[in-house]
Ligand binder design. Structure first.
Ligand code: SF4
Length: 224
């Protein structure tokens, strides 16, 4: 392949876009879920699913004056090799935008992702939203500069700017995910504060450093 050729992934190699938030939170957590197929529901993940379902609302699209709202929209990118679902994509009618099949006028796509909780210190949510935008850019041949995260706990919409740095971070994360998936490699345990809110702690931590008692480890973590 020429060095300037863009790599295109085959559909059978596509990874779940939603894995990006897990990967950004902890590489090992992503590998346990997507390579080793381990998953445990906890109260936070179940509440999150219910919140997402209400965002999709069971209605695929609706139209109001100058606005089309698409819920649960499937997206994918052959350049990134990822596929997923956008909670909500709004198409706002503008003078200078993209055309939509079977619709009159021009539109600007605006992505909104719903999360049950509140904004986090790490970038995982923003990276996932940016990856959704990159899929839509490829599908609609357009540029998307910003989107929104809606956080249920604070009932607030946060503006996310898709800078070139954020897009580059998505590219390198996805590349690393593909590399680990191809090698079926699960990174080793690297504990930190993140483990206190990890839904896979019960499955991950028993394999931790054999010299340390798991119950002592967890009680120490909870005291921090
Ligand atoms: S317990 Fe910690 S190291 Fe293990 S998967 Fe969760 S966050 Fe990662």
């Amino acid at each position: 392949m020429h060095k300037n050729d863009i790599k295109m992934y085959k559909e059978e190699d596509y990874l779940q876009l939603s894995g990006i938030q897990h990967f950004a939170f902890c590489r090992r957590q992503w590998a346990l879920i997507y390579i080793e197929n381990m998953w445990t529901e906890n109260v936070y993940t179940i509440e999150g699913h219910i919140f997402h379902e209400s965002a999709h609302g069971g209605k695929l699209s609706e139209k109001r004056k100058g606005l089309i709202i698409s819920r649960g929209m499937p997206v994918s990118s052959s350049k990134l090799g990822i596929t997923g679902i956008c909670d909500v994509v709004e198409f706002h009618e503008v003078d200078n935008g993209i055309t939509l099949h079977g619709r009159r006028g021009k539109y600007k796509p605006v992505i909104i992702e719903y999360k049950k909780g509140r904004p986090k210190k790490h970038n995982a949510d923003r990276l996932q939203l940016c990856a959704q935008a990159m899929c839509l850019e490829e599908m609609l041949a357009c540029t998307i500069n910003e989107g929104y995260m809606f956080y249920g706990e604070i009932k607030h919409r946060e503006d996310v700017i898709f800078t070139s740095e954020l897009k580059n971070e998505v590219c390198s994360i996805v590349e690393e995910m593909h590399m680990l998936m191809q090698r079926k490699h699960t990174p080793r345990v690297k504990t930190g504060n993140k483990c206190k809110s990890c839904s896979l702690a019960n499955l991950c931590l028993p394999v931790l450093n054999e010299n340390k008692s798991v119950s002592r480890y967890i009680s120490n973590m909870l005291k921090k």
